[in-house]
Design a protein around this ligand. Structure first.
Ligand SMILES: Nc1ncnc2c1ncn2[C@@H]1O[C@H](COP(=O)(O)OP(=O)(O)OP(=O)(O)O)[C@@H](O)[C@H]1O
Ligand SMILES: [Mg+2]
Length: 1022
């Protein structure tokens, strides 16, 4: 809030500097007082005004409201002051203030719990407030839209439209404060706007109604309703009041306000005003008349009541001064007077008195109500109190007093509330989860969060549903919620609050050891601070000291406390936490890599951040947590950008990159990887570090393989293998050979695959890596299958599986099981094919593993007489594979799916798929699958268009002969034989069918021989 006096210069010219300053002194007196009344802080004297902060450096609930109330009070006092001045001096112009208020984050220098501490506030918020003050008319208060939104309903405003202000590109929406409205609390405002339908609380309402019945029968009752902020105390009262709306009772309400603790008898005054029907704007005479009249109706003795009431109602000449007595005695009389009219009133009709928010009560009121409570047991009085847990009442145990604790809403109730607020039953589950997590069953938080989600267009309505339009992780906690929580945090003693903020950087949960290490405080002090936090229910403790861990009771408190830390402090704390973890677990660092990375990333120590990100990345790769590995990788890459461009940092970058093959592979994100590798290739080759370069080229070669550029990949990988060999890196050389094998299998060079496998095994003897080992054996198994060497195919796959199992590595298990499944299916052992296919799917930990395994299983189903089921699985996968531009999968996938359609009799789809297969296999030079697609196209043509069949079969036969894929060759021969039969060339038919049978029998293929034999038998004799 900026506050500036209009015409000060003119005034000092007129009166001379000395006079002017004496007036200014008195003005300052007013300003400072009125700011302090609402617990604001005067931060700066500006020469002819002040700058004041509300809610900083100590957070306050309702800060914007306080600022406006303070402004209103200032104008009122200035008016009086100016009036007096005019009377005293004559000819003086009116003294008026311009006031501007804006709400937002401010950066303040020193923090302390003392309102008088020196600090400096800077930033946009401060500047804008000052500009707004500059445009305000003398005697008025202007506020920005931010302030308006947070106080709407509590005051009446006039919208002034947009203003251009200096230093701001966008126009600023501005409002003029007119007057306070009759509503004083958040709840009054919501009640005005329309409340969310009431949920639950049947039992609590029942208790209150019971209490009412008893009190009506002359057995006075009292209830203390306790709940955290926003859980629904006011709402329960409201519902209760509604429930008894038709009863003949007097209902008096008093409220303590967040800024009324310093106002003696605040809620009592409310009660008196309600009782005597005193309205705002009633003058002293009217008030006096109303109270007199009221007392008469009650039949109360005037002498012992009237002066006291008039006194606390601030009526001039209350008459109390005429009665000589000590302040204590006076207080007692006031209290007695209050008791008296309550009891008198209840004789006329039952009386209910509700006092809200005792946590803000002033001492005098508290004493009054305590005494009142003592005197109601025999009266038709029902007393209701509400308060938050921080208030502790002192009224001891009484049979007619009960405590009601309102709990937070259950998840089910919360969701119902959300449905009401969004006016739909259909909620997105991610949204539901998010809301539950953020609001933790507090109705007020639910309302505010939904409001802010809508306002910020994070959720948008589409028909009956809400769609999440932006990343919900980016949602910040609405400031209304923040204020409530932050005020609570700030009310703690400085040391305790500091501790809470420090631990908030650790996370929701933290161990005693860790916190001890970070804070460096004496044990006794730390323990006592922790116990304060426990007692105030901010933390709870698990385990037994000193092994205990502490947990933030509510995630929101942690978040808000953390947000309250200045950036610089945050960085320091995170670094301290990192160091503490390192010191606490020197032998078990690996267990904490992610955590260390998390803290160092948030500290200023980027070196360490990168170091731990790399380690966390490697650790995640080891356990196939590829999503996590990728996140660590991305973060490390980003941070490396901020480090100086040194040889060491370049090495770190290249080695980090080179290690990501399994990550991008598993996530189907090879194009992204390729883009990175090509971008950093000059950097990699510029390093004189052949070992690293070898690994780097393996990565690049893998990308080329993945795009189906097999020949190019063979070149790159050969270079990689050479570099790795030259630098003596056996492991990386093994990796390169294994990748080479895969390229050769697609190209149809099966002998080369098998000799490369031997290379890999030799390398693995020097330095074993289960991943490359399993990959090498799997591809060897594949080559054997293609060659029709069934037993070897199964044997290699089984070897791979047992190593994978030995390492309990699910990705490898899945991979090997998939290979085994394929080997069996090729041979025609479909039962085993399906069995291992299912195992592979079940074990698959990454998207790629899953896609491969499902392809194997889908294909096995197709062959095993369930083509529909197989097709369903395969079609679902196809877009995923295509999106990843992963040709090594897309090629066989297309062919398998083509076969599935053919088996299901869907010839058109089959043809389309297989023609696509021919196209891509030709482009990539994938010979085996080219032959496969051609053969099946031949089969399809045989039914619809036999003249075309010969061409397809012949192509297929040529390819299979060239690459010695014997089993497939036999399949093609069989088809070609049937083609001849159809054309009536029995001799040729006989020849090709016999050739096929000979091969099938020699290889030991299952199922197929019988089909061929049958075909042969059906041939016309002679
Ligand atoms: N059971 C409920 N069903 C539906 N809405 C509720 C329920 N309880 C509370 N609300 C809504 O949540 C908001 C907060 O409730 P309320 O103002 O009663 O909280 P409170 O406990 O009085 O908080 P404070 O301590 O801040 O005064 C209100 O808008 C209220 O209507
Ligand atoms: Mg309330």
């Amino acid at each position: 809030m900026f506050c500036d006096m209009e015409g000060f210069t003119a005034l000092s010219e007129k009166l001379g500097p000395e006079e002017a300053y004496s007036i200014m002194d008195q003005v300052y007196e007013i300003l400072i007082h009125k700011v302090h009344d609402y617990e604001g802080t005067v931060n700066e004297m500006t020469g002819d005004g002040i700058m004041a902060l509300f809610g900083a450096p100590i957070a306050l609930e309702d800060a914007p409201q306080r600022a406006i109330r303070s402004a209103i009070a200032i104008h009122r006092e200035m008016f009086k002051f100016s009036d007096t001045m005019k009377q005293e001096r004559g000819g003086m112009t009116s003294l008026k203030m311009r006031i501007g208020i804006h709400t937002g984050p401010v950066v303040v220098g020193t923090l302390g719990n003392n309102l008088r501490v020196e600090f400096k506030a800077v930033g946009d918020t401060v500047n804008l407030a000052s500009r707004i003050e500059g445009i305000a008319d003398p005697g008025t208060t202007y506020v920005t839209e931010e302030t308006f939104k947070l106080t709407e309903g509590l005051f009446r405003f006039e919208a002034l439209g947009d203003f251009k202000v200096k230093g701001k590109d966008e126009a600023v929406k501005t409002y003029r404060v007119i007057a306070p409205s009759t509503r004083r609390t958040r709840f009054d405002v919501s009640a005005e706007r329309g409340l969310t339908p009431f949920l639950g609380r049947e039992r609590e309402l029942e208790l209150l109604l019971d209490g009412f019945e008893r009190s009506r029968a002359g057995r006075g009752q009292a209830f203390s309703i306790m709940a955290e902020a926003g859980v629904g105390k006011s709402r329960l009262l409201y519902e209760f009041r509604k429930a008894i709306a038709n009863e003949d009772v007097t209902f008096l309400e008093g409220k303590c306000l967040s800024y009324s603790r310093g106002v003696a008898y605040h809620p009592v005054i409310d009660i008196l005003k309600a009782n005597f029907d005193i309205r705002d704007g009633d003058g002293d005479t009217e008030i006096r008349e109303k109270v007199k009249k009221g007392l008469k109706i009650l039949g109360a003795d005037e002498a012992s009541t009237l002066p006291y009431f008039l006194e606390i109602l601030s009526v001039k000449d209350s008459g109390i001064d005429k009665i000589p007595m000590s302040p204590e005695a006076r207080k007692e009389r006031i209290i007695e007077a209050l008791n008296r009219i309550v009891l008198k009133g209840s004789e006329i009709r039952p009386l209910i008195m509700a006092i809200e928010d005792l946590h803000w009560i002033d001492k005098s009121s508290e004493e009054s109500f305590k005494s009142l409570l003592e005197s109601i047991p025999g009266a038709k009085v029902l007393l209701l109190f509400t308060y938050r847990p921080e208030f502790v009442h002192t009224w001891g145990a009484k049979s007619y007093h009960s405590q009601i604790t309102l709990n937070r809403l259950s998840n089910r109730e919360s969701i119902m509330m959300v449905s009401h607020l969004l006016d739909t039953e259909e909620l997105d589950s991610a949204l539901e989860e998010f809301i539950l997590e953020k609001t933790e069953g507090i109705p007020f938080f639910i309302e505010e969060l939904i409001k802010s989600l809508k306002e910020l267009k994070i959720i948008v309505r589409e028909g009956k549903r809400y769609r999440i339009a932006k990343d919900i992780k980016e949602v910040t906690i609405p400031s209304t919620i923040q204020d409530v929580i932050m005020a609570r945090v700030d009310s703690l003693a400085e040391g305790v609050k500091g501790l809470l903020q420090t631990v908030s950087a650790v996370g929701r949960e933290f161990s005693y050891y860790l916190i001890k290490r970070i804070t460096n405080s004496a044990e006794q002090e730390l323990l006592s601070q922790l116990s304060v936090l426990k007692d105030s229910e901010l933390l709870y403790e698990r385990g037994i000291y000193p092994e205990s861990t502490y947990i933030f009771k509510h995630a929101l408190t942690q978040e808000v406390a953390y947000n309250g830390l200045l950036l610089k402090r945050r960085k320091d704390i995170h670094e301290e936490i990192g160091e503490a973890i390192e010191a606490l677990y020197p032998d078990r660092l690996e267990e904490h890599y992610e955590l260390l990375a998390y803290h160092y990333v948030r500290s200023a120590n980027t070196e360490k951040a990168v170091e731990y990100l790399e380690l966390a990345n490697q650790k995640a790769i080891k356990v196939h947590a590829m999503e996590e590995a990728k996140t660590h990788f991305d973060e490390a890459m980003e941070l490396l950008d901020t480090l100086p461009d040194t040889e060491v940092n370049r090495q770190r970058r290249v080695s980090l990159l080179a290690n990501q093959v399994p990550v991008f592979r598993a996530l189907f994100k090879v194009p992204e990887y390729y883009e990175l590798l090509t971008r950093y290739e000059p950097m990699a080759s510029g390093l004189d570090y052949p070992e690293l370069l070898g690994a780097f080229y393996v990565g690049l070669g893998y990308c080329e393989f993945s795009f189906g550029s097999f020949d190019q990949a063979i070149q790159t990988l050969s270079k990689a293998a050479e570099l790795a060999e030259a630098s003596g890196n056996a492991e990386e050389a093994g990796h390169a050979y294994a990748e080479l094998e895969w390229n050769h299998v697609y190209r149809g060079n099966f002998d080369r695959v098998l000799s490369l496998k031997e290379e890999v095994l030799r390398k693995m003897e020097q330095r074993f890596n289960p991943r490359w080992y399993v990959r090498a054996l799997s591809v060897a198994s594949r080559a054997c299958s293609h060659l029709g060497r069934w037993d070897e195919a199964v044997e290699e796959a089984q070897k791979a599986l047992s190593v994978a199992e030995e390492f309990s590595d699910n990705s490898l298990i899945s991979h090997a099981a998939w290979t085994l499944s394929m080997a069996y299916t090729w041979r025609g052992d479909l039962r085993q094919g399906i069995e291992y296919g299912e195992l592979a799917v079940q074990k698959a930990p990454t998207p790629l593993d899953k896609a491969l395994a499902q392809r194997g299983l889908g294909w096995a189903w197709c062959r095993a007489g369930e083509p529909k089921r197989g097709i369903e699985l395969l079609t679902a996968l196809l877009p995923i594979i295509r999106a990843g531009r992963y040709m090594p999968s897309e090629i066989p996938h297309t062919c398998n799916l083509g076969e599935g359609y053919w088996l299901a009799g869907e010839n058109n789809k089959a043809k389309q798929m297989l023609e696509e297969g021919v196209k891509i296999t030709e482009r990539c030079g994938a010979r085996y699958y080219l032959g496969w697609a051609q053969r099946l196209l031949g089969e399809i043509a045989l039914k619809a268009n036999p003249s075309q069949a010969a061409h397809h079969f012949e192509k297929s036969i040529a390819v299979f002969q060239e690459i010695k894929a014997e089993n497939e060759l036999a399949m093609a021969y069989a088809g070609y034989g049937r083609y001849h039969k159809k054309e009536g060339r029995i001799a040729q038919a006989q020849e090709y069918l016999t050739k096929a049978l000979e091969i099938f029998e020699r290889l030991g293929t299952l199922i197929e021989p019988d089909k061929v034999r049958k075909g042969l038998a059906e041939l016309p004799k002679g």
